[in-house]
Structures are given as C-alpha cells and as structure tokens.
Write a protein that binds this ligand. Structure first.
Ligand SMILES: [Mn+2]
Length: 294
C-alpha cells in the first residue's frame, strides 16, 4: 500500500496544533461480559493505514491532523478508579482540540468522557448509537451496562439524551420505561430501518437543540453482529454498518460535538479483520463529518 494516502498519514505528535485529538481509554474492568476491550486502541491505530483518505462520494481527501495523545494509564484499575483519570485526559484534549476521539475500552468510558467536557450537565447533550439503553441499576457499582443511568443520576436530564439503535430482546422493560420516564428520545433499530438513518439523526439533533456541547457515544455493538462480530453485545438484526457510518458523519459535522467515543470493540472476538476495518473507518467518518463543519 506504499504511496496510497491513508489515515495513518494524519497522525501527528501532541506538540503539533491539530484540530482533532485522539485519546485511548483501554478500560476492560467492570464489563457485564468479561472481555478484552482494552486491546482496541492499539488495534485501531494499527489499522489506520488500511483506510484511505479519498472519499469518492464527496470527492474530498481527508486532511485534518490528529494528535495522538496516547492511552490513559488505567491498566488494572476499576471503573471507579479509572473515571477521574479518563475525565482529566478528555478535559485536557477538549481544551486543545476542536474534536476529541475517545477510543475505549468498554462503554464505561462514556461517563467520564461526558464529565471531561467540564460543563454543567444541563448544557451537555448525549447522543448514543447503541443496541442497549445502558440503564442497568447502579446500586452494585459502575459497569459498562449503566453509564446512561449513572449520568442521569449525576444530573444529566433526559431531555439532553437521545438514544438510537435499541435492539429487541437485549434490554429490559424497566430500562425502557426508565429511559422514557427520564425524557430520553428513544429510537429503536427497527424505527431506523423504517424511517432511514438520516431523518432519525436529525430528530436526535433536534432533541438536543438546546444543548451547548454534545458528546456522541458510539457503542459499536449497535452494528449487526454479522457486520461487527468483535463486540460482545452485538446481535443479529442490528444496524447496518453503512447506516452507522452515515450517522457518525452527520453527527461529527455538528460543531457542538466535542467528543465522539467508540466503545465495546473487543478485537479477539473477531478472527477476521472485518471489525478492525469497520472501527478504523469510524475514524474516517468522524473526520469526514468534521471537515464539513461550517
Ligand atoms: Mn452500550
């Protein structure tokens, strides 16, 4: 692939003034299903060279530099212990870069990521692309199954939360009821198919129109398992990868989006390179959207 312009060309050192920052948060602790999501940031970096920079759809070549800020040092830490460290790393990145890509790790990185915006939660919007509500109870501690409930308990109002891609037979009635009662916008994966992804994303952006800054959580288990085997929570009947890409691009184009995370990728679950190529293209879609900003 020598001479082929690819995403790895865009990675620069942290001493450079880059519009985009990359923070790895290799958090594996506290997963509902034990796994190796901590291997994802390294695998993502390794796969960037396989993703080209030229987009045939827009006839544009991606050219935004990405400052790789390395991984937050959280090996062996619990979610509770890792939380302030992840929040601090995100906060620093947000202070330096217009857009921060936060690469988990499991979905528990989302809560510290949101706090990393350093803003009052009533001004922050959260949009999730996720098969799950992430509304498990918090009584027994934090997990990758309860970041949304934990954020609501922290004070994030449901009117600031839009959830896209919820899957049947993968959530409980209580989680659904609680999400609706909080005021979250809830769009199931079947609704995405019925109405198409683009209008659904517009609805989500409208739901958080009053927010000053947005955090986008891409739990990659939202994608159909046949198209993303490398996520423990992914199920048959999930979102098409092309809809996921379109959603990420549109969301990244909103200048209020300061952080986009990618969570729940567990590389060893996929013996092929399908999941790695999908996760690495997420970076391209984030950049493509970012470069469309006014
Ligand atoms: Mn999730």
């Amino acid at each position: 692939m020598a001479g082929w312009p690819n995403l790895s060309d865009l990675i620069v050192g942290i001493e450079t003034k880059a519009p985009v920052g990359l923070v790895g948060a290799p958090l594996a602790a506290g997963s509902v299903t034990a796994g190796q999501c901590d291997l994802a940031p390294a695998m993502l970096r390794q796969t960037l060279r396989r993703i080209g920079r030229y987009d045939v759809e827009t006839q544009q070549e991606l050219d935004s530099d990405i400052a790789d800020r390395g991984d937050v040092e959280i090996a062996g830490l619990s979610i509770e212990e890792a939380t302030p460290l992840i929040a601090k790393a995100v906060r620093y990145s947000v202070s330096l870069h217009e857009l921060t890509l936060l690469v988990g790790g499991n979905n528990a990185v989302t809560r510290p990521g949101v706090h990393g915006l350093g803003m009052s939660l009533d001004k922050v919007g959260l949009i999730t692309l996720d098969a799950h509500f992430d509304m498990r109870e918090t009584r027994e501690g934090l997990s990758n199954g309860n970041p949304v409930r934990a954020l609501i308990e922290d004070g994030l109002p449901g009117r600031n939360i839009a959830q896209i891609g919820l899957a049947s037979f993968a959530n409980s009635r209580k989680m659904h009821d609680d999400a609706l009662a909080a005021g979250n916008l809830v769009v199931t994966v079947e609704e995405v198919r019925r109405h198409a992804i683009r209008p659904v994303v517009e609805r989500a952006l409208k739901h958080v129109a009053h927010c000053d800054a947005l955090f986008v959580d891409c739990d990659i288990d939202v994608i159909d398992r046949s198209q993303f085997p490398g996520a423990p929570g992914a199920r048959p009947g999930g979102m098409a990868a092309h809809d996921f890409f379109a959603a990420v691009r549109r969301l990244a184009a909103d200048p209020r989006v300061r952080v986009i995370d990618l969570t729940e990728w567990d590389p060893p679950l996929d013996q092929t390179d399908l999941s790695a190529l999908t996760a690495a293209r997420w970076v391209a879609e984030c950049l493509a959207g970012f470069e469309q900003r006014p």
